[in-house]
Design a protein around this ligand. Structure first.
Ligand code: CMC
Length: 428
């Protein structure tokens, strides 16, 4: 028998259906609540609100579980490649050998961007933040591929838009960096795999030979897999809401990039390094900074700590912490900031304030340290997150379209003035 929940209000009771997911998650379907009772639900920050039913990513914040399409993040980070994971997220199954090679080849065909995009890039001042440049270049694709504007086109057309953005995003990301440092851009090298091609476009200098270090390329592959999806977070919800108005894939992804930018979301990875650097400059007294983080009159928060859904540990942080040790060891990098990070983690894990509030290191706490070791500049950290999150955004946008979901339009409880007469300017 299907389960129901009861809401009682002003002597009347309303029976609402309870939905159960494949992992036994339960939710009350309040779709009929307002029309029957006049009530809406109020949940700032959507802390307890499910916005959709999704078959892409499963996350259990209490147990620290993260799975893409049923496969554990630990296994995928260990055995898979970023493009295979992208295929899995977007199309729902692990690709066969021929599906994977076809997918990789299609992406290689589209890595080049229209030469006119260079003119748009040149219009940005050379110290522009690469996140702003990236979101603008992604939006600019709507001008070069106007057929992408209609998300209701055939699935072949939609798939072509998907391939194009997957192929061009590393080019945009590397070019946004080149613009920031004022260097000439590099064109894609389709003899290389996805991560190696990106690294070459980022780091190769004119008239200098550049060989991609396989340690760096494989660390990047792991980082991108770990970031590839995270169900209904701020940027993904943005992508779905923007796409729900039937805006194009490129417009929706561009909005997601902007949502990711903030320091409470993807911007945390660069904020972590800035914070660790400040602690180092200040003499490395982690206890002093902990006290600041706990002081409610001080806006400072310990960046890289806490998560909306993970309340015991972030499984991605565990994988990254180990990967950071491996990468630093293999590259022979001795980073004093890593010692500060480890010290801070130890203090926080034993501090009553952090323990009580279940604040643990999140994915961004250690990812910045690896990016630094790989030679990626701090401003580019959030761009790296965007590169990783791209297949997740695409998969969520595609699912939302295929489920024919209604336009996203929350309600509110109005707390402003009641009706009052207009007052003439001279009488105010
Ligand atoms: N440092 C100090 N106090 C904190 C922190 C922190 N990093 N995070 C949360 N708190 C406190 C907060 O002040 C509040 O205390 P109280 O109950 O006394 O008012 C309590 O913990 C709950 O915090 P919240 O802001 O209600 O929690 P949230 O679920 O709304 O926010 C968060 C989650 C990630 C925005 C927050 O923990 C935070 O700001 N962390 C630092 C930024 C960060 O690392 N963000 C990256 C998240 S992981 C990457 C991603 O997926 O985007």
């Amino acid at each position: 028998m299907s389960k129901t929940a009861e809401v009682k209000f002003e002597g009347k009771s309303y029976e609402l259906p309870v939905i159960e997911g494949t992992e036994k998650e339960i939710g009350i379907n309040i779709g009929s609540l307002r029309s029957e009772s006049g009530l809406i639900t109020l949940d700032p920050g959507f802390k307890n609100t499910g916005s959709t039913k999704s078959a892409i990513t499963y996350l259990d914040g209490e147990k620290g579980i993260l799975r893409y399409r049923g496969y554990s993040i630990e296994e995928l980070a260990d055995k898979s490649t970023f493009l295979e994971v992208s295929y899995l997220l977007i199309f729902g199954h692990l690709p066969s050998e021929s599906e994977l090679s076809d997918f990789q080849n299609q992406i290689k065909v589209h890595t080049l961007v229209h030469e006119d995009i260079k003119k748009i890039l040149e219009g940005f001042p050379s110290n522009s933040h690469p996140m702003g440049v990236l979101s603008s270049l992604v939006t600019s694709l709507t001008a070069f591929y106007p057929e992408s504007l209609d998300p209701n086109r055939s699935s072949e057309r939609v798939n072509l838009s998907i391939i194009r953005i997957l192929a061009k995003m590393p080019t945009f990301a590397a070019w946004a960096y080149k613009n920031e440092v004022g260097h000439p851009v590099n064109y894609p090298d389709n003899n290389l795999d996805y991560c190696s091609n990106f690294l070459k476009m980022m780091f190769a200098l004119p008239a200098e030979k550049y060989d991609v270090d396989p340690v760096i390329s494989s660390a990047l592959n792991k980082l991108l897999i770990l970031h590839a999806d995270h169900e209904q977070n701020c940027s993904t919800s943005t992508v779905r809401v923007v796409g729900s108005s039937q805006a194009s894939l490129y417009a929706s992804i561009s909005a997601g990039i902007n949502a990711l930018w903030g320091p409470l979301h993807g911007g945390a990875n660069s904020a972590v390094i800035e914070m660790l650097e400040n602690i180092k400059k200040d003499g490395g007294d982690t206890k002093k900074w902990m006290a600041k983080a706990k002081d409610k009159n001080d806006p400072f928060r310990l960046m890289g700590f806490g998560h909306r859904v993970y309340k015991n540990f972030d499984p991605r942080a565990r994988i990254i912490k180990k990967a950071a040790d491996d990468v630093l060891d293999k590259l022979g990098v001795d980073d004093p900031v890593l010692d500060i990070a480890k010290g801070l983690e130890q203090v926080a894990l034993n501090d009553e304030y952090f323990v009580e509030r279940k604040l643990y290191p999140n994915v961004d706490f250690y990812s910045g340290i690896i990016y630094r070791a790989l030679g990626i500049p701090v401003d580019m950290f959030t761009v790296m997150f965007a590169l990783g999150r791209l297949p997740g955004w695409i998969a969520q946008w595609k699912e939302m379209r295929e489920n024919n979901e209604p336009i996203g339009r929350p309600r509110q409880i109005y707390v402003g003035e009641n009706l009052r007469p207009y007052v003439d300017l001279k009488k105010r």
